[in-house]
Write a protein that binds this ligand. Structure first.
Ligand SMILES: Nc1ncnc2c1ncn2[C@@H]1O[C@H](COP(=O)(O)OP(=O)(O)O)[C@@H](O)[C@H]1O
Ligand SMILES: [Mg+2]
Length: 274
């Protein structure tokens, strides 16, 4: 199987009080075509920074990103724009990531206008197809984001990410802002789309259950480093690293953890936003 995305020794530092803070510290990973790669770690461990480096939304301080054979660090801005249309990104906060004054149809049209030549009726029917694919009727096209639920807004986010028919989706905490019952619906949708279209996912979450549900391979990130990675089932049934064991023990449903009514891990030293 070929690798869709390879990250090689990615480092990302930020200036911090006249010193440097290393948010991503020498991370390498390879994602095979048609698989789901889960990246798990508590808040602030560097997951979103790594995702932004992979999309080249920020340049890594060092290291290489190879996507479908292209070294993204070497591309011109124009070539990079083209490549980005082959990578979709879904973010945590579905309502905030939509323009509140734009109808759902107009929001889905945006990436289509930017990256395809579709116009008129062909554009309209593509918008309807995309809304249909994510389980929203075409009638939603005329609505505004505030008229939709959080889960419906995330479906729109997924439709936008799929608009340019990318082979890779980077999903950064795609269900973390949603109610638990809605989380399962969105995860099911993501699973169906992945299987039907043979998509490749980089699925980022601080929630072990989310990652476990979909992933073939998993990497565990702590303080900017991957401390353990491998086949998902092995990571969850036979963790080798102490930190992975700690995460598993803190997860709801684990026998050692008290029932706290929270679905997610506690994040003791949250600094960054998700
Ligand atoms: N643009 C930035 N400038 C300075 N520090 C940042 C920036 N982005 C992220 N960080 C810091 O990098 C660390 C990792 O953040 P982030 O990648 O958002 O973690 P995660 O997604 O795992 O919660 C945090 O300590 C955060 O404060
Ligand atoms: Mg994050």
């Amino acid at each position: 199987m070929t690798n869709v995305l390879s990250l090689e020794k990615i480092v990302k530092t930020f200036p911090h009080h006249k010193r440097v803070f290393t948010a991503v510290d020498d991370v390498s990973l390879r994602i095979k075509e048609g698989t789901v790669y889960g990246l798990v770690g508590e808040s602030g461990s560097g997951k979103s920074t790594l995702a932004r480096c992979a999309m080249q939304l920020m340049r890594p301080t060092s290291g290489r990103t190879i996507f479908e054979g292209d070294d993204l660090g070497k591309l011109t801005p124009r070539a990079l724009r083209n490549v980005r249309s082959r990578m979709g990104m879904v973010l945590q906060n579905p309502v905030a990531s939509l323009n509140p004054r734009m109808t759902i149809g107009a929001s889905v049209a945006e990436p289509l206008r930017a990256h395809t030549t579709l116009k008129g009726q062909a554009l309209q029917s593509k918008i309807e197809d995309l809304l249909d694919e994510v389980g929203l009727g075409a009638g939603h096209a005329h609505r505004l984001p505030h008229q939709l639920s959080g889960g419906q807004c995330q479906r729109v986010g997924i439709a936008r990410a799929l608009a340019t028919s990318p082979r890779l989706l980077i999903l950064d905490e795609p269900t973390s802002a949603l109610d638990v019952s809605v989380q399962a619906q969105i995860l099911n949708l993501l699973q169906d789309l992945q299987q039907q279209k043979g998509l490749t996912y980089l699925l980022i979450s601080h929630d072990l259950d989310v990652v476990r549900y979909l992933s073939d391979e998993v990497a565990v990130m702590k303080s900017g480093k991957i401390v353990e990675s491998g086949a998902a089932e092995r990571i969850f049934t036979d963790p080798q690293h102490d930190y992975t064991r700690t995460l598993l023990e803190a997860a709801p449903g684990h026998k050692a953890s008290p029932a706290v009514g929270s679905h997610t891990l506690s994040a003791p030293n949250t600094q960054g936003s998700n």
